[in-house]
Design a protein around this ligand. Structure first.
Ligand SMILES: N[C@@H](CCC(=O)N[C@@H](CS)C(=O)NCC(=O)O)C(=O)O
Length: 240
């Protein structure tokens, strides 16, 4: 059976490995661990097993969810990337993961899809990735996405706040990551870990995607984070 992983994800824009943080996280992880993969671009998450991207296929098995994919790959390829981490570092890594994936994520999604000041620039970048027939129906797809995101943000509570309050939440999360990275080369110290795949995917989506939203500018203004992203990019994505 072939060892190559097929990674199904959104198409790659020029400025960042992927606009989907979870897609980018898996690809960064595979590059950090030299796992062989190839990419299949997919535009419609509804075609994915759980209606979300990314998912991978390996030896005929479909595996959705970035965290499950990384667990699977770690076990299948006997990856030792996190073996140097102690219990405290693992706990900090986990806390950062949840902060970025379950809170900062929604603040960014708000700016990209619902805040009329910044969503046009994001949607313009997104639209450029779509092939011809989908470009025509993009306004319809965007309207559906906005409705779904509004419902999600209202039920998780973030949507109840003003834009400034939402960006203040996100900036606290970004600031916490900047403090944890400090002057270290990687999130948890001298050596990389799987948590860098997460931190880099979120931070690069703020720093390298040319949107002037307060979250993007807050991250861009932090030298620590700019250096961190530059280091991750030159180590793992120098072809971007
Ligand atoms: N928990 C999932 C989240 C995946 C996720 O939300 N993916 C985004 C793109 S990166 C997506 O598919 N969004 C489209 C949608 O929700 O319809 C994971 O870790 O993979």
């Amino acid at each position: 059976m072939p060892e190559t992983i097929t990674l199904y994800q959104f198409p790659r824009p020029g400025m960042v490995a992927n606009l989907g943080f979870f897609c980018m996280k898996v690809e960064v992880f595979m590059r950090m661990t030299s796992i062989p993969y190839h990419i299949e671009e997919i535009f419609n998450p509804a075609q994915a097993p759980k209606g979300k991207l990314p998912y991978v296929i390996h030896q005929g098995q479909k595996i959705p969810d970035s965290s499950h994919i990384i667990e699977y790959l770690t076990s299948h390829f006997s990856i030792t990337l996190n073996d140097h981490l102690n219990q405290e570092q693992l706990a900090i890594g986990h806390a950062v993961k949840i902060m970025l994936e379950e809170r900062l994520r929604w603040c960014i999604v708000y700016s990209r899809w619902l805040d009329k000041r910044y969503s046009p620039s994001f949607q313009h970048i997104f639209l450029d990735l779509l092939p011809f027939p989908l470009r025509i129906i993009f306004p319809l797809l965007a309207t559906k996405s906005k409705k779904r995101i509004t419902t999600t943000l209202n039920s998780n509570g973030i949507g109840k706040f003003t834009p400034e309050e939402i960006y203040a939440f996100g900036n606290k999360d970004i600031d916490a990551v900047a403090t944890i990275v400090g002057n270290q080369p990687y999130l948890l110290g001298e050596q990389p870990s799987s948590y860098d795949a997460i931190a880099y995917s979120f931070l690069a989506n703020l720093i390298d995607v040319p949107i002037e939203c307060p979250l993007n500018t807050f991250a861009r203004d932090r030298e620590t984070l700019r250096n961190y992203c530059q280091r991750m990019k030159s180590n793992y994505f120098s072809d971007l």
